[in-house]
Design a protein around this ligand. Structure first.
Ligand code: FES
Length: 153
């Protein structure tokens, strides 16, 4: 028997293409199932607070000049706080269409969504594109020299 003959006899039978494809699909389904189960368990163990449950965010009034904007995280989501000469407002930066993150365009005084060209005015109202409703707005108050986003309990 030659070396070539030995290697041919010791080689395990090659699985058919059908068996490999079935195994591949089974592994894919198992992986997706495991990923879904992990996400579900994580959401049950560590739920994101709603805006009603979230702890308020405070920062010094001096950090937000008139005409400026400040980015914060509130209720686990990106929020922008905008100060004008008249008022201070806080808006979610999550697009109400499909949840993309918005960009504040200070020069145009509008929010832009790069996903589907959605636009909101400086008050969070929809002015263009597919977003169905205005931006979520959060309560803002001023207590002495600090700004509070969210409700104090
Ligand atoms: S996700 Fe913002 S316009 Fe579609």
């Amino acid at each position: 028997m030659t070396d070539t003959d030995k290697s041919q006899t010791n080689t395990p039978p090659r699985p058919s293409a059908f068996a490999s494809r079935r195994q591949f699909i089974q592994m894919g389904v198992a992986t997706l199932g495991a990923a879904w189960a992990g996400t579900f368990v994580q959401s049950q163990l560590f739920p994101q607070p709603t805006s009603q449950e979230a702890s308020p965010v405070t920062f010094p009034l001096a950090e937000l000049a008139v005409g400026a904007a400040k980015y914060i995280t509130y209720a686990g989501s990106p929020v922008i706080v905008i100060r004008t000469a008249e008022t201070i407002k806080a808006y979610s930066l999550i697009c109400t269409h499909l949840g993309c993150t918005l960009q504040w365009q200070a020069g145009q005084k509008q929010f832009y969504c790069p996903c589907h060209d959605g636009r909101f005015d400086q008050f969070g109202e929809v002015i263009a594109g597919p977003p169905p409703v205005p931006l979520e707005q959060f309560p803002v108050s001023v207590d002495g020299d600090r700004i509070i986003v969210g409700e104090l309990v």
